[in-house]
Every structure is written in structure tokens, then in C-alpha cells.
Design a protein around this ligand. Structure first.
Ligand code: FAD
Length: 428
């Protein structure tokens, strides 16, 4: 699937020659100052966090090609446009899956384009890839979901399934460090000129320097439960970082951020216990569904986030932090608690927490007996014939990284199963 542009590829884990480009930010920055040598508990440097081991800190890998964002469109769709068996319609909005009630078989989809309603009928089967929010919405609009929920919107049930009832996401919050140096601002014109020449800051997608993976619950585990992203300063004043809880004190805190001077450490809880849900707001497909990511619904998650703050202490001791004389912003909005106490951190985490937009599992792949199962191990919707879902909604649960690459894997696997089910050679 991938084309990993690196001088150092472990071919047991990585690939090249595939459609999806994976590359490093160029020129590579020196990370040696982030090493904490001589400390047993120090987080180690890992050359490739997508190879044998993930625990440690690594240089950030990006889906970029020649300095531009790589996506499903650039990697797969555009190179396939001339295929005789590929047809694409843009700006089409699917409003319903057509399902024959008597045989419980998917027949096609209804969609809107330029204000007109169309129907597309399938010869073999229907595959829905609307993502973790829209796929469950579309299934529910089409009569697949919990009867109690659907009946509230006068949608008659075709198949009772727990669609949207198991929403998983990574929880996050960010801390900011003031440095002793301010980098100069650069004009957007200059950055854009560099970008069109395939160089400069805008070719780097974002300014993340490293990803660090640790397991704070079990130090000997090879599977991380937390991720820390270190973001460097940028020469461009960016908008105030988004936060989900709009409370005035926190706004004051984030308004202090100076992108040319401050470093950011984003903390992500990779496997929260909390389970959110997606429900229909109405039976109108254009209405956004109601999304509850249920941050910290399970109190264990807040405790795990708090435990992760031990990494800040290590970071503060690195030659990197010392070189820039980094000082973490105070959480002035939690001043009622003793500085650095557990209550102080709980307050800060809760007020700064956000969804990382890594929603998944709303159309969960699981054995039929799982109370949240919606699709089987070949992505077929239970109880409905000729209907598959292939996107991050089918993930059984959270993954220990960001979701995008895993969605390509889901697409590749779905393609293989479909070809094998219909006796199509993989070379076609
Ligand atoms: C702001 C943001 C930043 C992110 N950054 C990263 C990152 O840096 N790295 C990473 O790994 N992951 C990142 N993610 C997560 C990642 O983008 C998603 O997990 C991934 O794109 C999900 O892929 P998907 O195929 O399941 O769904 P999507 O990529 O959402 O694809 C679904 C597609 O279906 C279309 N669609 C939906 N409903 C309909 C309908 N009714 N009719 C027609 N078309 C429809 C949508 O327009 C969309 O094109 C980010 C997500 C967000 C929101």
C-alpha cells in the first residue's frame, strides 16, 4: 500500500512502490537534544515508529508527496480515472441506501446532485464509505439501527443493529512552553512562493517535530497507551488553537500563545475506556447527526491522562528544553487549586480537553454476539445482503496511532475480499 521514502527501511514492516507516499519533513532536524542519556526511565529514540517497536520518540512521518498532502484522491482516485471500470461523480450527496424490505437486500443508493434526485442501482453490492459520522447516519436513515431511536424520527426499521452506539476516539489536551527565542515572522507570500516551488514550511503539512509513544500503565508493554506530539514554533501567526470547552478563562490562556516563540506538547490518550455515540437529529439527511464523544465519561480516562503528565517532567530535563529555557504556561484558570497538585492537573486537563477527530467504531466490526457488532469480519452488515461498510467506522476499537493510514488498509482489504467473493483476479 505504501511508498515509504526513507534511507532506512525495515522491509519486515515497511513497503515501497505502493500508491500512498510516506515521507519525512525535509530538511531533517537534529533531534539529539531530545535524548535523555544516563536515565534508566528515559524515553528512547526510535528510528521508525511504524516498524518493529513504537515505544519511544521518533521523527514525525507524513503522508506527503513532493511537499504536498497525499490523500485517497491523490494516491488512488486520480491515478484510476482512466480505468474503464471506474466511474466517479462529484458533489453528489447520498441520502439513502435502497433496501428491498422483503429480501433485506441492498439494491443501490439515492443521491442528490445539483438539486436533482438520482438513483444508482448496483449489479453486485453497495459499499458505504462515508466515514465514522456519515456511515452510521446513512445506515440509520435507511432503516438500520435501534428501533427506539429510528421510530422517534418516523423511520421504519429494516434491521435492528446498534449502529452509532459505540463511538471511540482519542482524547487530547495541549500544554504550551515559552522559549527564550522568537523566530521571525514570514509573509504568506514568501511561504506560498516557496510552496509552489516544492519547498519551505508549507510543504511540511504541520510543524510536528516528534511523536512519542509510551505506556504509562505498564512500562514493559510494547503497546502504547499515550502519544505526545511535540510541535515546533512557526513563523506564521496561526489562529488561536481550538478547544472544545469555550470558557473565558481558557480563552485568555490560549490567547497568550505566541506561535513564533512557544512550543506545544499535545497529549493523546490512545485507548480511552469512554464510549460515545452518534444519533440522528432528524430524518433529514442534511441535518448533522448528534455526536457525543463522551470525553472522560469513564473516570479512568482522566486518571490516565493525569498519569501521562509524568512525561512532562522528563521533557523538562532534556537538553532541548534547557537550550530553549522552556517554561510551561501556568493554568491560571485552575488557580483555586494548589499548583502542580492532582486537583490542579485534573482541572487543567478537563478544561483543555478536546476530541482529536479520530472517531471510529460507530459501525463496529465484531462477532455477532458482541453487543455493539454491526458488520462481520468481511465488513458485511449483519442481516442485510449485499451491503458493506468500508471506512474507519468499522474499526473494532481505537488504534495506537492516527486513523488515516488504517483507513487505507481497510479499503485495500475490502477490495481484496470483494474481488475474491466475485472471482475477480487481483491483477484486474
Ligand atoms: C481536522 C482533522 C484532522 C485530521 N488529521 C489527521 C492526521 O493528521 N493523521 C491521521 O492519520 N488522521 C487524521 N485525521 C483523521 C482522518 O482524517 C480520518 O480518520 C480518516 O479520514 C477517515 O477516513 P474514512 O475513509 O473513514 O472517512 P473520510 O475520510 O471522512 O471519508 C468519507 C467521505 O465520504 C464523504 N461522504 C460522507 N457522507 C456522504 C454522503 N452522504 N454522500 C456522499 N459522500 C459522503 C465525505 O465527504 C468524505 O469524502 C484527521 C481528521 C480531521 C477531521
Amino acid at each position: 500500500m505504501e511508498n515509504f521514502q526513507s534511507d532506512n527501511i525495515d522491509l519486515r514492516y515497511r513497503g515501497f512502490g505502493g500508491p500512498l507516499n510516506v515521507a519525512y519533513k525535509e530538511p531533517k532536524q537534529d533531534l539529539s537534544q531530545l535524548k535523555l542519556s544516563g536515565k534508566e526511565e528515559a524515553v528512547p529514540y526510535v528510528e521508525d515508529y511504524n516498524a518493529k517497536g513504537q515505544i519511544g520518540f521518533s521523527r514525525h512521518q507524513r503522508n506527503i508527496r513532493c511537499g504536498k498532502r497525499e490523500s485517497g484522491a491523490t494516491a488512488y482516485v486520480r491515478p484510476s480515472m482512466t480505468r474503464h471500470n471506474f466511474n466517479l461523480t462529484l458533489n453528489a450527496f447520498v441520502t439513502k441506501i435502497i433496501i428491498d424490505r422483503s429480501t433485506k437486500t441492498a439494491k443501490g443508493v439515492e443521491f442528490m446532485k445539483s438539486g436533482k434526485k438520482y438513483v444508482a442501482l448496483s449489479k453486485k453490492e453497495v459499499i458505504i464509505s462515508g466515514g465514522a459520522v456519515n456511515s452510521p447516519q446513512l445506515l440509520m436513515l435507511s432503516g438500520i439501527g435501534l428501533e427506539d431511536d429510528l421510530s422517534k424520527h418516523n423511520i421504519s426499521l429494516i434491521q435492528e443493529l446498534p449502529v452509532g452506539q459505540y463511538l471511540k476516539d482519542h482524547a487530547g489536551f495541549k500544554v504550551y512552553y515559552r522559549s527564550n527565542q522568537t523566530i521571525p515572522k514570514e509573509s504568506f507570500r514568501k511561504l506560498l512562493e516557496e510552496f509552489v516551488q516544492g519547498r519551505g514550511m508549507l510543504t511540511n503539512l504541520d510543524n510536528t517535530l516528534t511523536y512519542t509513544y509510551v505506556n504509562t500503565k505498564n512500562k514493559s508493554s510494547t503497546v502504547p497507551n499515550m502519544e505526545f506530539a511535540l510541535l515546533a514554533r512557526t513563523p506564521v501567526p496561526e489562529p488561536i488553537p481550538e478547544i472544545t470547552n469555550y470558557i473565558p478563562e481558557v480563552e485568555n490562556y490560549t490567547q497568550n500563545i505566541n506561535q513564533q516563540r512557544d512550543f506545544t506538547l499535545a497529549v493523546h490518550l490512545l485507548h480511552p475506556e469512554s464510549v460515545g455515540r452518534i444519533k440522528l437529529k432528524s430524518s433529514d439527511p442534511k441535518d448533522f447527526p448528534l455526536i457525543d464523544v463522551a470525553l472522560f465519561d469513564d473516570p479512568q480516562d482522566l486518571e490516565l491522562m493525569y498519569n501521562g503528565t509524568e512525561i512532562f517532567k522528563q521533557f523538562g530535563e532534556t537538553p532541548f528544553a534547557k537550550h530553549y529555557n522552556l517554561t510551561m504556561f501556568d493554568f491560571t484558570f485552575c488557580d483555586e487549586y494548589e499548583r502542580d497538585s492532582k486537583a490542579y492537573w485534573y482541572c487543567a486537563i478537563q478544561k483543555l480537553a478536546y476530541s482529536t477527530y479520530h472517531m471510529s467504531s460507530t459501525v463496529k466490526m465484531a462477532p455477532r454476539k458482541d453487543p455493539f457488532a454491526v458488520v462481520d469480519n468481511k465488513l458485511r452488515v449483519y442481516g442485510i445482503k449485499k451491503l458493506r461498510v468500508a471506512d474507519c467506522s468499522i474499526m473494532p476499537t481505537t488504534i495506537s496511532g492516527h486513523n488515516n493510514a488504517a483507513c487505507f488498509v481497510i479499503g485495500e482489504r475490502a477490495a481484496d475480499w470483494i474481488k475474491s467473493d466475485y472471482g475477480i483476479s487481483t491483477m484486474e
